[in-house]
Ligand binder design. Structure first.
Ligand code: SF4
Length: 335
């Protein structure tokens, strides 16, 4: 499979009046063409900042360093604003948690969908309208011709998110970054939106990065998962690696806090106690030390590298070192 996006050693920090917040502290990953990757972790772990950095959507107080960032064979490590404007409009698009913040309440859905197309694809108004109707139909909005003339407030939360998906797909981007796209929706609508994204990914062969705090959300859509904590990727692997063979205590914590869909027993969900590290002064060792039941002396002193568990499966935990004491995973999930 060829790579669409490759990021090597990305660091993003923000200047504030109390010091530099080191939100992303050396992150490397890739995304294959046509693949869906889940990026999972609590809020503040650096998952959204990583993606906003790639799209160059951060404010002036952001400081970005990277060895390389390559997208669709273009080097975007230090891109010009002009290049990023072209890429953002045509090849990469983003779906946010709250569609009301992305949709303009003063313009009809039709105006917003067609403006996007006319600006980036340089097509006529008539062609743009036809395409907008087709997209609304594709994302499951009934009577699309009539709905084009309506304003965002005339749509329910789930329908607005469908409009956002239509808007993100209308220029046929190679990559969609969806940041908690279903968090604001109730569970039934959430499942419908995830099914829709899965369906569209297969139909249009679009690559997706799904950012979420909820490990349960990524299982059906994504083939690989990056678990982030304290500005770092702490575990990466296929969805099966993470769900059934996870090796990082933080991954275990995430798994214990979501229901197991295959279990018939009512399992007790256990939240992860404690607080994430302060990224103004990140710990020198493993960022999970203060919350980890398995922490050892070395954990406080030295940041663990990503240890290779199997091909494509890596975990940044000293328990994965060959000389570490053997610890059984507390997670019992059947494949
Ligand atoms: Fe826990 Fe140590 Fe592993 Fe960090 S490196 S997750 S503190 S055992």
């Amino acid at each position: 499979m060829s790579k669409l996006l490759e990021v090597k050693n990305l660091k993003t920090s923000f200047k504030t009046h109390i010091g530099d917040v080191q939100s992303v502290r050396g992150v490397s990953f890739h995304l294959n063409k046509g693949e869906a990757l889940g990026v999972v972790g609590e809020s503040g772990c650096g998952k959204s900042v990583t993606m906003m950095t790639i799209m160059r959507l951060l404010g002036e107080n952001a400081k970005i360093e990277a060895e390389t960032i390559t997208f669709d064979d273009k080097d975007i490590t230090k891109p010009t604003e002009k290049l990023m404007q072209t890429i953002r409009g045509n090849d990469m698009s983003m779906i946010f948690q709250d569609p009301m913040t992305s949709l303009n309440p003063l313009f009809t859905i039709g105006d917003q969908l067609t403006e996007h197309l006319i600006k980036h694809k340089k097509i006529s108004k008539k062609e743009a309208k036809e395409k907008a109707i087709k997209m609304l139909d594709m994302v499951g909005i009934p009577s699309p011709e009539k709905r084009l003339k309506q304003y965002p407030h005339e749509f329910s939360g789930g329908m607005r998110q469908r409009v956002m998906i239509a808007m993100s797909l209308i220029c046929e981007p190679k990559l969609i970054i969806a940041d908690e796209p279903t968090t604001a929706l109730d569970v039934t609508i959430q499942a419908q939106i995830l099914d829709l994204m899965k369906d569209l990914k297969e139909k249009l062969d679009t690559s997706i990065i799904l950012i979420t705090h909820d490990l349960g959300v990524v299982a059906d859509l994504c083939s690989r998962i990056n678990v982030m904590y304290g500005g770092l990727i702490v575990e990466e692997g296929t969805t099966e690696d993470i769900f059934y063979r996870g090796r990082h205590p933080y991954t275990w914590g995430l798994l214990r806090s979501v229901p197991n869909p295959k279990s018939e027993l009512k399992e007790k969900l256990i939240p992860i106690e404690g607080q994430p590290p302060d990224l103004l002064k990140p710990p020198v060792g493993c960022p999970f030390t203060a919350r980890c039941d398995y922490a050892m002396k070395i954990c406080k002193e030295k940041q663990p590298p990503l240890f290779e568990i199997a091909e494509g499966h890596r975990a940044a935990c000293w328990l994965c070192h060959k000389n570490a004491p053997k610890v059984e995973s507390p997670i019992r999930r059947e494949e």
